[in-house]
Design a protein around this ligand. Structure first.
Ligand code: ARG
Ligand code: ZN
Length: 860
């Protein structure tokens, strides 16, 4: 049944289910178009709550039968499911439904991908499999029996431990039977089933208390050679969670499956993680250093969910950040430990500014814990995930490392097996530290990016910092209260020596001052070290001060930030006043690049400059309407100026950072390649692609091959290499995704819509595959000057494709709508063009709940 008007769900309306489940038995008779699902569930009343009708969710189910204690019952259809008259006593529920996995293009529930059965149930996909209380606060033990024909689905997996596998000769034709039992109670969103012709890359792990765990990564035949790296990442994650959080794995097996058609990155189903193949499959020939690092992080993330998400889950979907913010924070700690801490921090802040800040400063702004939604899938956002992780980082900074550890131990001890709220989480910290965190909780409930302004004063040996904090109104929140903002500050003297080591200043008031006494000379402050809070810092300092910090700051994050701000201000002054690139920036950066005592990965980050959309955001925040063409021109001019200014040192940097020997994705060689490839980008501006062509010809790994191809395209000398690349990789879907992306990325702004449109006519543009769709349309949206080209052609093209994809896959469509979230930053003509496309999408008949919610929020 389709809803008439979209319904809004509110946190304040939360009510428990009213029944408790003792156990769940599911039988799946798999068939591509007519799978039967038989459920047997024991319910008993929750005597604390006995005022509700018995309601089960269900969506798109073909009903066969339903019995209560053996008697067929009548279903009363209600919004989102059914109500049934049941006794007010324990009873047995038995139901049979039929579903069609092959027709399931939304990739939610049970669906087929390349001939294999798989599931995605978070957040509310289980209701597409059978009648069930599909809510995270209903936890139960599952036993799952899978029956299927042996030929097409030799491998059949579900959650927990495999109990039994055999052919059933009592039926004809005799199906294969597989039985799995999960001893750990879990909500339905963690259910998973996989069946198909799969092969395993196997290994073993012995836990801290001696449990032997069988590890498998399951892939389609032909992908076996892409599993080894993921397996190493998994073992490192298991060990790290024991060492750092004291968390042991709790089943006899742990399975990962790679799936080609997947809406998101990966999913932490209990004991059976399902991954988008792009987030687990890796080989040196086909994956870049960036892919390797991301895969390692995602494997860790999903594994860490076993404790933060599965053993302790969320009471309701408003609490999503309880598991996601914490798990992102944990995977960031892991990556910092495996690789470089400062580099990881800078990468995360770059991502936060690129994705979370625009969200929080526009029409989609919402609190880390939202208060209402129409479609929960629309709230798997940068705010919930990344700002959610920042909030945990601030909490740790405020209470200290030891107290954080104590609080986490208490959290696991007190809440194991429960479905919790943010209140529970905060209570754990209050109980273990005796701190009042009432004001801190505003980070969860108040949306928007706080602005922090700082002014310096120096009188009579006393150096003072005067802070102000404020937040602009966001949708649904006009008035803001001051938040607790930990500001890490250190002081340097004129020689660049640290005279006051990093100290945490706690801002709690709208205005607040802090003094440092006994400084005979005026110190230089380094403020918001390590990006200690997700805020916008306004500091009235000149270029020479920034250059001083770029040369001397003892905090690696702020040293990088000083360079970043110089680059940013240089760009802003070219955009606004047509000024030439700033020489403090070029001189400072030059010194740094030549400093071989610095980590190459860090120097590579230093070479970067703010993206065009970041600049548009900064201009908009400053009350200036951004002009995409001017931003593009200034960005290109700065890159050319860098190429000119560093012409003499670039070949040396390039040569010194070549890596010899067998490829390794480790941080050290990857950092060298990052620096060499950043140098290559600038060298190409000078030599027209000669160096890149040589690198392309010699490349024996994807990092070198792709960066060379990218440089060649930049120099408009890439046609031949592009064809060669296609011919070499035409059978590898993940590499062909890169081939599509690169062409969109390198289109001239005025040609973007045409180039993209041409690519959508390519035979390999399989638009129903989310990775392929994103590799083209995601890049269209990310191409700032081209997406916002004055013709409006890209707006129209994206809208065409969103309209086309929506009936097929609402979730992926809705996510991509956020391309339009900044539309009100731009001039009136562009607003008219984008606004017309948004209206056209909104007026489509039968628009999905997902897309309709996104478009209506974006239109405002
Ligand atoms: N819990 C998964 C993760 O963070 C994400 C799944 C999101 N799925 C969705 N349909 N919204 O690892
Ligand atoms: Zn997650």
């Amino acid at each position: 049944m389709k809803d008439a008007a979209p319904q809004t769900i509110y946190l304040k309306d939360y009510k428990p289910f009213g029944w408790i489940i003792d156990d769940v038995h599911l039988t799946f008779r798999l068939h591509p178009t007519a799978t039967r699902v038989i459920s047997r569930i024991r319910f008993r009343p929750d005597y604390d709550v006995h005022d509700r009708p018995f309601m089960l969710h269900g969506e798109g189910l073909k009903h066969i039968s339903a019995k209560v204690d053996g008697h067929e019952v009548e279903l009363h259809h209600v919004n989102g499911g059914i109500e049934v008259d049941v006794p007010h006593a324990p009873f047995n529920w038995e139901a049979e439904v039929e579903i069609n996995p092959e027709a399931n293009t939304a990739l939610e529930g049970l669906y087929m991908s390349n001939g294999m059965y798989c599931t995605q149930c978070e957040a509310e996909g289980f209701r597409k499999i059978t009648w069930y209380p599909d809510r995270p606060d209903v936890m139960a033990q599952f036993t799952v029996r899978i029956e299927s024909d042996a030929e097409h689905t030799p491998v059949m997996l579900s959650n927990g431990n495999g109990l039994y596998y055999a052919q059933d000769n009592t039926q004809s034709p005799a199906p294969n039977i597989s039985i799995y039992q999960d001893p750990w109670p879990k909500p339905a969103y963690l259910f998973a089933l996989v069946a198909g012709d799969l092969v395993a890359h196997e290994d073993k792990f012995t836990t801290m208390f001696g449990r032997e765990v069988d590890l498998s990564i399951w892939v389609r035949p032909g992908d076996e050679h892409k599993c080894a790296f993921g397996m190493e990442a998994l073992k490192k994650s298991m060990k790290w969670d024991e060492d750092v959080y004291g968390r042991e794995y709790d089943l006899d097996e742990f399975n990962i499956v790679a799936v080609d058609d997947f809406n998101m990155g990966a999913m932490e189903n209990k004991g059976l993680n399902i991954f988008n193949s792009s987030c687990v499959l890796a080989s040196p020939e086909t994956s870049t250093d960036g892919n390797f690092e991301r895969i390692e992080a995602i494997i860790a993330h999903e594994y860490f969910h076993n404790w933060t998400g599965n053993r302790i889950t969320c009471r309701d979907w408003f609490q999503l950040c309880l598991k996601e913010g914490l798990t992102v924070f944990r995977d960031a700690q892991f990556t910092a430990d495996m690789r470089s801490e400062p580099v990881k921090r800078i990468d995360d802040v770059l991502a936060l500014r690129a994705r979370q800040f625009p969200e929080d400063q526009g029409p989609l702004s919402h609190p880390v814990r939202p208060e209402s939604f129409q479609e929960i899938n629309n709230f798997y956002t940068a705010t919930v995930y990344e700002k959610g992780a920042e909030v945990i980082g601030m909490l740790k900074t405020l209470v200290g490392d030891d107290a954080y550890k104590k609080a986490l131990d208490l959290y696991f001890e007190r809440h194991d097996g429960q479905a919790c709220t943010i209140e529970d989480w905060i209570q754990v910290f209050e109980d273990s530290t005796d701190r009042d965190l009432g004001q801190f909780k505003l980070w969860y409930t108040q949306s928007g990016t706080p602005n922090v302004t700082v002014r310096e004063e120096y009188t009579d040996d006393t150096f003072s910092l005067h802070f102000k904090q404020s937040s602009e109104p966001t949708p649904g929140q006009n008035k803001k209260l001051p938040q607790v903002i930990p500001v890490a500050v250190g002081l340097l003297n004129d020689n660049g020596e640290e005279v006051v080591p990093t100290k945490i200043l706690e801002l709690t008031e709208p205005e607040q001052s802090f003094s440092f006494e006994g400084h005979a000379t005026r110190p230089v402050p380094s403020i918001l070290r390590g990006f200690s809070a997700p805020v916008v810092l306004h500091q009235d300092i000149d270029n020479s001060r920034r250059a001083f910090l770029l040369a001397n700051d003892t905090d690696p994050f702020n040293r990088w930030e000083a360079g970043r701000m110089l680059a940013r201000d240089s760009l802003l002054s070219s955009i606004r006043e047509g000024n030439a690139p700033n020489s403090d920036y070029l001189v400072g950066l030059r010194t740094l690049l030549g400093d071989t005592s610095l980590d190459p990965a860090y120097r590579a980050l230093m070479m970067g400059q703010p993206s065009q959309s970041e600049l548009a955001g900064v201009l908009h925040q400053a009350g200036v309407t951004p002009d995409p063409a001017a931003i593009h021109a200034a960005s290109e001019a700065l890159r050319s100026a860098k190429a000119e200014a560093f012409a003499d040192i670039l070949p040396e940097i390039y040569a010194a950072n070549q890596v010899s020997g067998a490829y390794s994705p480790d941080a050290e060689p990857a950092g060298k390649r990052a620096l060499a490839n950043a140098a290559l980008g600038l060298i190409t501006k000078l030599d027209g692609g000669a160096t890149a062509a040589t690198q392309y010809a010699k490349a024996n790994n994807m990092t070198l091959q792709l960066s060379a191809l990218s440089a060649l395209l930049d120099a408009e000398a890439g046609d031949e290499a592009l064809q060669a690349f296609y011919d070499q990789w035409r059978d590898d879907r993940l590499v062909i995704d890169k081939w599509f992306s690169l062409q969109v990325m390198h289109a001239k702004p005025e040609a973007l819509a045409k180039t993209t449109s041409r690519l959508t006519n390519h035979l390999d543009f399989d638009w129903k595959n989310p990775n392929r769709f994103r590799s083209v349309m995601g890049m269209l949206a990310a191409h700032h000057a081209g997406f916002h080209h004055e013709s409006g052609a890209s707006y129209a093209l994206l809208a065409d494709w969103l309209i086309k994809l929506d009936p097929v896959n609402p979730q992926t469509t809705a996510r991509m709508c956020s391309a339009f979230q900044t539309w009100k930053r731009y001039d009136e003509d562009r607003q008219k063009l984008a606004g017309a496309q948004l209206k056209r999408i909104a007026e489509q008949p039968n628009l999905s709940r997902d897309t309709s919610e996104m478009i209506s929020r974006i239109r405002g």
